[in-house]
Design a protein around this ligand. Sequence first.
Ligand code: L34
Length: 296
Amino acid sequence: MSAELILGKDVSEEIYAELRQRIEALKAAGTLPGLAVVLVGDDPASHVYVRKKGEMCESLGMRSKTIIMPESTTQSELLSVIADLNADPEIHGFLVQLPLPPHIDEKAVINAVAPEKDVDCFHPYNVGRMLAGDPGFLPATPAGVQQMLVRSGVETAGKHVVVVGRSNIVGKPMAAMMMQKGPGADSTVTVVHSRTANLPEITRQADILVVAIGKPRFVTADMVKDGAVVIDVGTNRIDDPTHPKGSRLVGDVDFDAVKEKASRITPVPGGVGPMTICMLMANTVRAAERSAGVSQ
Ligand code: L34
């Protein structure tokens, strides 16, 4: 039997309907939520994601600013743009799209973003609050995954969640969020990664398998338990001469085989990607509400 799809478009539409009401309320009270996105360099995938973020802002009627800087940008030039955004009262949240060119120190950039405008939730202050379970921003991709589970009625309490991958952006915060107390969490969490011994043995124990390891079709059907819920965070562009563009997007999961074993599965594209953008918008609305004094 083929798994039921969990679609980012469907889940995000529900959330956007709620966000639109909050944006209207903010506007009526004199605050227009504003998001800025900074992109350094020519990475084609980053350009696609950044364009989508700007378009979504506009479709929600929020203020949107996209700052594109050349690959040759120095770290101090980038830090100066960040300082300006930190001080700009019209910008409630902003982010610097990753990856950055190799001559720029990613940590220095992340640390320079004012925590109250850090809608990526990458600053150590916000990471610490998230880990402690305090109110505030949640990182967009893990929060998007959690919303997909909650809003499609997947029980998480007491379930074994296996996270494949240990990045600061997805794996680590995903594990922290799923082990938290409360709705959409309360799970038993295992994290596996490139150095894990007997990885398939562990993934086969997952009730919910979240895959963010950045390797095309890494998870095969033999690594998945019958009836598991499989969330594919990967976005890998692979060569495909049969496609008009010569390439296509695949996840970290061998979708065609795994969908025959899973009870539910997210596709790529159309799964987690749109949720990342949605949760970024949610964090921006939250930042604007906080600056207007209507939220924690
Ligand atoms: N600072 N850097 C920062 N914040 C982020 O939140 C990100 N990320 C990740 C990469 N670097 C970042 C994103 O924006 C990944 N990511 C992201 C955002 C959107 C999509 C994928 C990744 C997305 O919309 N994916 C579409 C397909 C897009 C396409 O056609 O290429 C999907 O349906 O999966």
